[in-house]
Design a protein around this ligand. Structure first.
Ligand code: CA
Ligand code: CA
Ligand code: CA
Ligand code: CA
Length: 412
């Protein structure tokens, strides 16, 4: 095969020797005797052995304040540089070792502290020769200031309220610095019921309310929320507000976010007292029944009167009654077998009001001897009854359950 060669330098030999001073691209076209041509390209990279220049045009500008965090440092490309060493420090002395080395002309710092001032400098490296430039001028910058959320004044609940009821609370949050606005992400103010004026683990969380917007330096906003007081409380308490309760907002001061005491006197809401006032059985002639028999259980549920201050209507308006059987004459949940699922009751009961339940149950087919039927109201405690939760079951007279004769069939 016969080839001819044509280089972009004009040479027509199959090989050329080159030693360019700058990065140069070479191309050769090879053509055979049939006119088929092939092109090859090659670039010879030339690195200067000249010393690198000193980085200039460092940003942020020297003395910049309120620099956002994370901080983006940048500079102009230095002649003959392939790498840059970035130095960052606080105090008078530049460290010996660079904080970072990069081939780029910018570097982002993620771990600096808000409101702090830093010095920085860059020097350029020609990695081919190992020659390092003198340091750039030392510059400084200060990171942004932080907002400081505080609860202004005491929150304002009603002076007096009943346990278990809804109350409205008003409060005001201030950004306690003139130096920085908050971020836009929003945060929550949480309300607690406290036995004293210090927020601690004994306090009762009542609810949280969002502040969706940023707050300007020295800005404030009024907030309010409806919360439900716990059941069964009585006495003097504090409502405490904690702003930025889940720490969504970095602040100059994170430990001043809880309000002083917003006092409230809680009066006990007179509770209902559900109980089974009567129970009778049917289908148990002579107080006996056969095992597996179906019997009737009739009982009356009453909201019992306990004196004017401790007698109230039910509130939830729905609960479940349930019938059990056991060998004990007092209901013991650890030793009783349920004969029913929950028997649904709907409708509130005023004090002294009653309703009747009449249901059929099947006695277990595997028991015999002396047993008692127990009727329990509000079996899953849907209705808060304060100190009257433990009288909700009433037991029947004893019944004697008689074993059926065993019947066996034999095949021969
Ligand atoms: Ca704060
Ligand atoms: Ca915070
Ligand atoms: Ca009760
Ligand atoms: Ca109850």
């Amino acid at each position: 095969m016969q080839w001819t060669y044509l280089w972009n330098t004009g040479a027509t030999t199959s090989c050329i020797n080159v030693s360019p001073d700058v990065t140069t691209s070479y191309a050769v076209t090879a053509t055979n005797q049939y006119g088929c041509a092939f092109v090859l390209n090659e670039t010879v990279q030339v690195s200067s052995d000249a010393p690198p220049g000193v980085p200039v045009n460092l940003l942020p500008p020297n003395g910049a304040a309120n620099v956002p965090n994370p901080v983006v440092l940048s500079w102009s490309p230095a002649p003959n540089a392939t790498l840059y060493q970035v130095f960052i420090w606080q105090g008078p002395t530049m460290p010996q070792n660079p904080y970072a080395v990069t081939s780029q002309v910018s570097y982002t710092l993620f771990n600096l502290v808000f409101e702090q001032s830093y010095n920085w400098s860059v020097r350029a490296v020609n990695a081919c020769t190992g020659v390092i430039s003198p340091n750039s001028a030392t510059q400084s910058f200060t990171l942004v200031h932080l907002p400081d959320l505080v609860v202004e004044n005491a929150p304002v609940p009603p002076d007096t309220a009943f346990s278990g009821t809804s109350i409205a609370v008003d409060w005001t949050i201030r950004n306690n610095t003139g130096l920085a606005a908050t971020g836009n992400g929003g945060w929550f103010d949480a309300l607690y019921l406290s036995f004293d004026n210090v927020l601690d683990v004994n306090d009762i969380y009542l609810g949280a309310f969002q502040r969706p917007n940023a707050l300007a330096p020295n800005g404030s906003y009024a907030n309010s929320g409806e919360v439900i007081l716990p059941d069964g409380l009585t006495g003097d308490f504090c409502i405490l507000v904690r702003t930025d309760a889940y720490n969504a907002q970095a602040e100059a001061n994170e430990i001043n976010n809880v309000s002083v005491c917003g006092g409230i006197h809680i009066r006990l809401t007179p509770p209902p007292d559900l109980r089974v006032s009567t129970i009778s059985l049917s289908g148990v002639a002579g107080n006996t029944a056969f095992q597996g028999a179906t019997i009737g259980v009739n009982f009356t549920v009453e909201n019992q009167f306990n004196g004017a201050n401790l007698s109230g209507m039910t509130i939830g308006g729905q609960w479940y009654d349930r019938v059990y059987i056991s060998t004990e004459n007092v209901f013991n949940p650890l030793n009783a077998t349920a004969l029913t699922y929950g028997i649904y009751h709907s409708g509130n009961l005023s004090v002294n009001d009653t309703y009747n339940q009449s249901i059929s149950v099947n006695l277990p087919s595997y028991i015999s001897g002396t047993y008692y039927i127990h009727a329990c109201t509000d079996a899953w405690d849907d209705e808060f009854e304060y100190i009257f939760e433990n009288n909700n079951c009433t037991s029947s007279q004893a019944i004697n359950i008689i074993a059926l004769p065993q019947t066996r069939f034999y095949c021969f």
